[in-house]
Design a binder for this molecule. Structure first.
Ligand SMILES: [Zn+2]
Length: 241
């Protein structure tokens, strides 16, 4: 599943259509006024007040093709290039004023720490579940969640109420650094993500994983040995996979 950094990279990739008149596909009949990302959402604003809203699903991609060469269900054509959107969960055109994404502070935008803490404290639940809630914190995905929790030796199952404001802000800040580095390098850290059963790079305990969260459970990866490091006990509930 794409994380916030891949949307920023997609927005950069399609920059050649800025100012171009759209001849076919989404936003046909208007010109591209601006391109923006909010969390895991890509927004292409037209000069006529309409916006193309793209939310990438598990395998969604946005590519730039030579003008006239784009193929697929969602191709936005301009004289400069075609924007091809495929494998996505949602592609829609709306009036700009009707875009209510309901997102929390954007990790890759002007991040508002106080607003994040307010939203984080609204529901008590495992911190690992909180970090994927885009209404609390926009832009974090499954990779950065696991890596940020591991990076700070944070017990992923600790309820939010047990974490200090400072700790919640540290998790957001580390996620932000990882996503920013992802924008620069195209890569995210991979110390525990999809490493089930492999030794932890820090303490050699086998990495555990399990499904967590509602309504769409996602697989969480963590080290039972050093998250948290102070407890000698290994939390139960780990499974292979
Ligand atoms: Zn470890």
């Amino acid at each position: 599943m794409p994380e916030g950094h891949s949307l920023v990279l997609a927005a950069r990739r399609i920059r050649p259509v800025l100012g171009q008149h759209v001849t076919a596909g989404p936003l046909a009949g208007t010109a591209v006024a601006s391109i923006e990302t909010r969390g895991k959402h890509l927004l292409v604003h037209g000069t006529d007040g309409r916006s193309l809203h793209v939310h990438l699903g598990m395998n969604g991609r946005v590519r730039l093709a030579a003008a006239g060469a784009g193929r697929g269900r969602h191709v936005m054509r301009t004289a400069a290039a075609d924007v091809v959107i495929f494998g996505t969960s949602r592609v829609e055109v709306r009036r700009r004023g009707d875009l209510h994404l309901g997102l929390g502070p954007d990790l890759l935008g002007a991040f508002d720490g106080a607003a994040y803490l307010r939203r984080a404290r609204a529901i008590d639940r495992p911190v690992a579940e909180l970090l994927l809630d885009q209404r609390v914190l926009a832009g974090m995905g499954n990779v950065v969640r696991a890596e940020a929790l591991w990076g700070l030796r944070q017990d992923p199952f600790a309820p939010v109420s047990q974490l200090s404001d400072r700790r919640l802000l540290e998790l957001a800040a580390l996620g932000r650094r990882m996503l920013r580095a992802g924008v620069d390098t195209g890569r995210l850290p991979r110390d525990v993500y999809r490493a089930t059963g492999r030794p932890c790079p820090r303490c050699r305990t086998p990495i555990a994983s399990r499904m967590l969260g509602l309504p769409t459970p996602r697989r969480l990866y963590w080290c039972p040995g050093c998250q948290p490091a102070i407890r000698g006990q290994t939390p139960s509930g780990g499974s292979a996979g």
